[in-house]
Design a protein around this ligand. Structure first.
Ligand code: GLN
Length: 445
């Protein structure tokens, strides 16, 4: 990596790369555990090899849905705790410790430890996830144009962890035993904590409790202005896009997973692509497309075109709808085909569009929140954002269930129409929405 004299790497503060690797390993731990959770729950109790808890698929998917919702929902509390008591830096440290304890608790081969592990993970991720994201924003002064690309880099780190995890934790969890899988997820988080603690010197002054530093103490007590309140309203409106987006996107783990297994002809050049491969496809696309997408948006902005966060989110929602048009194409082919299977390119195309949409919404929203939040609620707003994504995850599960009765085509069509309309509405009201940001240079950048 290129290192400049000014203490930056690739033109970004070194602290970004500490947060990058810390979060990469946290996500490795998170997605690794997630990759084997349902498999562990549903594996037979009396299986000769690698027995599990013997739950039914329905029970397992229900626990999975609640876990995914809670883990993000706790972000509200994690954010509030950071703003009021711990500051973000310490919250990330405590969160990481809880995650390590949680993963090893799952590895204890005991049902009470299993439940305790889930609770620890929910608390740990709730403390860590929003606060590490807010810290990324704090690396950049107001109006710094590197902020968005900083978040894109951070987001690529997240997804490197997410690509690796199913292969490593999934492989050892399935082929050796579940408990080794959970332990490896725990070791991943230990690596993350090591990076975070030893890299602390690059994070001086980042994520401290406002009250503890004299020059920022007034921010903790300053009442909110009308501008602050309008900006918070704007963030809450944008969260609607975020919720719908994640509800659509997270079909990948449930409905689209089953669809890939049963209704897609996955044979390419004589080789059958395993269904589980598609579970890494999103993250793989993010790692590949993250930099080119950031470059494309920068070029767009430099050409003087509209590139506010709200605009990108609206466009993202419209692109998401195209991703579901591709799935409608697949469902149509299924209905025509004698074997009841559609060609695999639909799935590759659909996931590709989902990720182009994701990169226009998710890292953009993180950056946007750090720009618009009043300092004393910085973490709370970030936590609320993650809570909304958690809600989106839960809705995703409900839509997947609904598809069992209504059929996939109906759900794919519904999502297409909804995301399209929402995106168009966002663009129609763009001016009004941007006004809520009060011309802060920070939104039009
Ligand atoms: N995939 C991203 C991550 O794991 C975003 C998840 C979310 O916002 N719910 O960080």
């Amino acid at each position: 990596m290129k290192q400049t004299e000014s203490g930056t790497i690739l033109g970004h503060p070194k602290g970004l790369f500490i947060l990058f690797f810390a979060e990469l390993w946290e996500r490795f731990s998170f997605y690794g555990m997630r990759a084997i959770l349902v498999l562990y729950l549903t594996a037979e109790t009396n299986a000769k090899f690698n027995p599990g808890l013997g739950w039914t698929s329905k029970e397992a998917l229900s626990l999975y849905g609640w876990y995914m919702m809670m883990v993000y929902f706790m972000g509200i509390f994690g954010g509030a705790i950071a703003d009021k008591w711990l500051g973000q830096k310490k919250s990330v440290l405590v969160g990481g410790i809880l995650i390590i304890l949680g993963q090893f608790s799952l590895a204890m081969r005991d049902l009470s430890f299993f439940y305790a592990g889930l609770v620890l993970l929910v608390m740990g991720v709730g403390l860590l996830k929003p606060n590490i994201s807010t810290m990324v924003g704090a690396l950049y002064p107001k109006g710094d144009s590197r902020r968005d690309s900083g978040f894109t880099i951070f987001y690529i780190g997240i997804n490197i962890g997410a690509v690796l995890a199913p292969f490593i934790v999934g492989y050892f969890g399935e082929k050796v035993n579940w408990y080794l899988g959970f332990s490896l997820a725990g070791f991943g988080m230990i690596l993350g904590q090591i990076v975070y603690v030893f890299g602390g010197k690059y994070l001086k002054g980042i994520g401290e409790l406002l009250k503890s530093s004299e020059e920022t103490a007034h921010l903790a007590t300053k009442p909110l202005t009308k501008e602050d309140k309008d900006r918070m309203v704007l963030m809450l409106i944008s969260f609607l896009i975020v919720m719908v987006f994640w509800a659509a996107y997270e079909q990948a783990g449930g409905l689209m997973n089953l669809y890939a297994r049963d209704k897609i002809d996955r044979v390419v050049l004589g080789y059958e692509i395993p269904t589980s491969f598609f579970q890494s496809l999103h993250a793989l696309y993010v790692v590949i497309l993250g930099a080119p997408m950031a470059w494309a948006w920068t070029k767009w902005r430099k050409a003087g075109k509209e590139s506010s966060a709200i605009y990108k989110m609206g466009i993202g929602s419209i692109i998401m709808s195209f991703g579901f048009v591709a799935l409608m194409g697949a469902a149509y082919d299924v209905s025509l085909s004698a074997l009841g299977k559609a060609p695999v390119y639909w799935l590759f195309l659909s996931y590709f569009l989902h990720v182009v949409a994701e990169l226009s919404i998710s890292p953009v929203a993180l950056s946007f929140i750090t720009k618009l939040s009043p300092a004393k609620y910085a973490s709370l707003m970030m936590g609320t954002y993650f809570a909304i994504t958690g809600l989106g995850n839960k809705v995703a599960g409900l839509l997947g269930e609904a598809a069992q009765d209504a059929g996939e085509m109906a759900i794919f069509t519904g999502i297409t129409v909804f995301t399209l309309l929402l995106g168009i509405l966002m663009l129609i009201f763009l001016k009004k929405l941007k006004a809520l940001a009060h011309g802060a240079e920070d939104i039009v950048q």
